[in-house]
Write a protein that binds this ligand. Structure first.
Ligand SMILES: NC(=O)C1=CN([C@@H]2O[C@H](COP(=O)(O)OP(=O)(O)OC[C@H]3O[C@@H](n4cnc5c(N)ncnc54)[C@H](OP(=O)(O)O)[C@@H]3O)[C@@H](O)[C@H]2O)C=CC1
Ligand SMILES: N[C@@H](CCO)C(=O)O
Length: 431
């Protein structure tokens, strides 16, 4: 370990939203950081794509390098802070080279860790280096440290949450303004909320990267992004948002991971949650992570999941941890000992919300009830809406049933001849 007065020297790769946020905090809080870390934290060298770009920060005191990988080989860099992004290419190359050259790494790159986390962790641990990534999941919310440190004494039963602010913004804005998905998606684009590839957000992929990382820490397993059942928010209609609200629910893009006797269930999908629950009340771009441990019970963490300040705040927590000499395995236990999880399709029973458009003729509802009854699905609540056409919108909330039974019912219902359009089914998650 370095002598207390030896500065911790950083090479920062990427000077976009997060990178510049990190520079600003280091400049604004130099004394505070030194006091807390027990040593000065200094930026030695920086890198981005375009040297000429105006970045709203004084960067004159730092060496500029044209290739991010050059940060990884410099003698005067102790920690490479990777804030470029992407699951391949320069971010991965820079991180690997940094580890091989004896540097620790701090990153916010959830995509890279979700896909190459195991290999990177093994590489880091073999080299005696650390990779810290508090900012990679839920931005400013300290969920990684909460799970690896504060809840280390618990067997984790379930971890879930809203981990993509853009989707939560779209869903809550659809509800508050009564606007359709397409209109709010366009608004989000104008506001700059969407990733360069928007399917990462609305397709549930970004949130699934985060869920896969949390699962690994929670259950002591290798990161298994491939095992996440993913459904995005593209098929959520304003109709469903309004109808669900009538029944006392909100629709959220919810990630849930739990270890079952059959294996590791990881799902990311639009779900209904009670409107008065903490998750139901989550508005706008905010994130929430709910962790359930056998000793602690339920922990709810809420805060900004993105943005310059919140994400840089999380990056700084990692930098200070390294400056203090705190070192731990990447995913909370040595990577070589992480189990390969058996991926399991969701089988945990739940109540379901069904929306059907019925032909308004005698016996139509009875046919629907028969299909559900034959499939062992019991109706808890039902509502038929007033209508003038020959089609009647009907909502059904079921008692708890299996995803398999619902899937089967969704296949059979259109064959009754009394349904128009596609029936909609959404899981109601207990929170
Ligand atoms: N923004 C957020 O709120 C959050 C972001 N993250 C993660 O943080 C990371 C950074 O995100 P963010 O700051 O938003 O991204 P930005 O797109 O704002 O910034 C990316 C930076 O990387 C630089 N860059 C791109 N390609 C290269 C290259 N080949 N060589 C060197 N530099 C390069 C860009 O340079 P130039 O500026 O010259 O174009 C830019 O400075 C990502 O992994 C992201 O997923 C995590 C949580 C929240
Ligand atoms: N696109 C992400 C950024 C933060 O990871 C979100 O909307 O939450």
């Amino acid at each position: 370990m370095s002598a207390p007065s030896t500065p911790l020297r950083l090479g920062i790769a990427g000077l976009g939203t997060v990178g510049i946020g990190v520079v600003k905090i280091i400049q604004a809080h130099a004394d505070l950081l030194a006091a807390r870390a027990g040593r000065p934290v200094q930026i030695t060298a920086i890198c981005a794509r375009d040297r000429q770009r105006n970045r709203d920060a004084d960067l004159s005191g730092y060496d500029w390098v044209d290739r991010a990988t050059d940060l990884a080989t410099r003698e005067d860099v102790d920690v490479v802070v990777e804030l470029i992004g992407g699951d391949e290419g320069i971010a991965k190359d820079t991180m690997e080279l940094a580890l091989d050259n004896g540097k620790d790494v701090v990153t916010a790159n959830k995509a890279l860790l979700a896909i190459h986390g195991q290999a990177l962790a093994e590489r880091a641990e073999a080299a005696g280096r650390v990779i810290r990534f508090e900012a990679a999941v839920a931005g400013g919310i300290p969920v990684i440290k909460t799970m690896t440190e504060s809840l280390a004494g618990n067997r984790i039963r379930r971890v879930m949450g809203v981990m993509n602010g853009t989707c939560n913004y779209i869903l809550t804005r659809m509800q508050s303004a009564g606007l359709p998905y397409e209109t709010v998606f366009e608004e989000a684009r104008q506001l700059g909320y969407l990733e360069a590839d928007p399917t990462l957000d609305v397709g549930g992929i970004d949130a699934s990267h985060k869920l896969a990382i949390l699962s690994s820490i929670a259950f002591g397993t290798r990161v298994a992004f491939d095992g996440v059942e993913i459904e995005g928010i593209e098929r959520v209609s304003i109709d469903d948002i309004n109808r669900a609200a009538d029944m006392g629910y909100r629709i959220k893009l919810l990630g849930v991971a739990q270890m079952t006797a059959r294996g590791l269930e990881q799902r990311m999908s639009p779900c209904l949650v009670p409107a008065d629950s903490p998750l139901g009340q989550l508005e706008g771009g905010t994130n929430m992570v709910v962790i359930e441990g056998d000793a602690v019970g339920q922990i709810v963490l809420r805060g900004a999941g993105a943005g310059e300040g919140p994400t840089a705040s999380a990056v700084l927590s990692d930098i200070i941890e390294i400056a203090r000499g705190v070192r731990m395995p990447v995913f909370g236990q040595p990577a070589a000992g992480l189990a390969s999880p058996q991926p399991a399709r969701t089988a945990v029973p739940a109540a379901y919300y069904l929306r059907l458009t019925l032909a308004d003729k005698p016996g139509a509802l009875a046919k629907v009830a028969t299909v559900l009854g034959d499939g062992g699905i019991s109706i808890d609540r039902m509502r038929q809406y007033g209508h003038e056409s020959g089609e009647a919108p009907v909502l059904i909330v079921t008692h708890k049933t299996t995803p398999e039974a619902i899937e089967h019912a969704m296949e059979v219902l259109p064959r009754t001849g009394v349904i128009t359009g596609e029936p909609v089914e959404l899981r109601i998650e207990e929170v």
